[in-house]
Design a protein around this ligand. Structure first.
Ligand code: PMP
Length: 275
């Protein structure tokens, strides 16, 4: 599903066929979720294949690794060059790119000395499809920022995301919206959220969310378009009573919300767009 006989990935200095790549079963990342990763997209443009916000993504990867005490010895420039090579060697243009920094065999609960870097890519449609979403409020909270480095994109944090997504689907919704430890809206399992009221956009401030690169792009575009965006705490009631809302993230891109816990948004307009 994620590779075929011709897929070439990067692993620790080498370009290998994905089907021939191997990893150690005793690594700290596999056992404890102690690793960091990114999700990036590339698009076919009139100027060839371009990776969207590649510098921002690799700065975040380096920042995630540094916050976690994971030694990653690649610069943003090197990571960017390798990624373009992976796309070229795998003959891919419109791709979802997955860099993963995973740790060496180590069954102790201390930071690793050695890490591996894998970069691969596959074709992936918009993660949540093209239709506006019917969301619920998740019974799961986002992890407490005093327990984890919530602004880092850490493998283990996605246990929380899997629980929330699975719960939402079991309850018959497309996606769940998680609250933070104070009961305010935080984010979805793999995307950020914006709420609109009277033409003003509101989005949760950083603190209990992954500061998304798509979220920042939306904020930047709104600035150019003279649309006010306020980053502040949002109560679930405000969300349910909003005029409209959308989610955004690399995998899902930008997707409107149709209803919250069965209550239709006042203006379930067509927010769905590719940035
Ligand atoms: N929040 C979470 C929990 C995510 O996993 C993602 C996807 N990386 C996002 C938000 C959106 O971030 P980005 O726009 O950088 O993909």
């Amino acid at each position: 599903m994620y590779y075929n006989d011709n897929t070439i990935l990067f692993l620790d200095g080498q370009f290998l066929k994905a089907k021939d790549a191997k990893m150690d079963l005793f690594g700290q990342t596999l056992h404890f979720g102690y690793g960091v990763f990114e999700g990036i997209r590339s698009y076919k443009t009139v100027n060839g294949t371009k990776i969207f916000k590649v510098t921002e993504h690799y700065e975040r990867l380096r920042h995630s690794a540094s916050l976690m005490g994971i030694p990653l010895h690649y610069s943003v420039k090197e990571l960017t060059q390798i990624t373009y090579q992976v796309l070229e060697k795998s003959k891919q243009s419109e791709a979802y790119i997955r860099p993963l920094v995973f740790c060496s065999p180590n069954m102790t609960l201390t930071s690793p000395k050695e890490v591996s870097l894998m970069i691969t890519a596959w074709e992936w449609d918009r993660y949540l499809g093209d239709n506006n979403l019917r969301v619920c409020i998740s019974s799961y909270e986002r992890p407490n920022p005093k327990s984890v480095k919530i602004e880092a994109k850490v493998c283990g944090h996605y246990v929380n995301s899997i629980l929330a997504s699975t719960e939402a689907r079991q309850r018959g919704y497309d996606e769940g919206v998680l609250l933070d430890m104070n009961g305010n809206i935080a984010e979805c399992p793999g995307s950020n959220i914006f709420v609109e009221r009277d033409g003003v956009l509101y989005t949760p401030a950083v603190g209990s969310i992954l500061p998304g690169i798509t979220r920042q792009t939306v904020i930047d575009i709104c600035k150019e378009l003279d649309i006010t965006v306020k980053e502040r705490a949002i109560k679930p009631e405000e969300f349910i009573e909003a005029d409209s809302a959308f989610i955004c993230g690399t995998a899902a891109e930008v997707l409107g919300i149709e209803s919250v816990e069965g209550t239709q948004m006042k203006k379930p307009s067509d927010h769905s767009a590719s940035l």
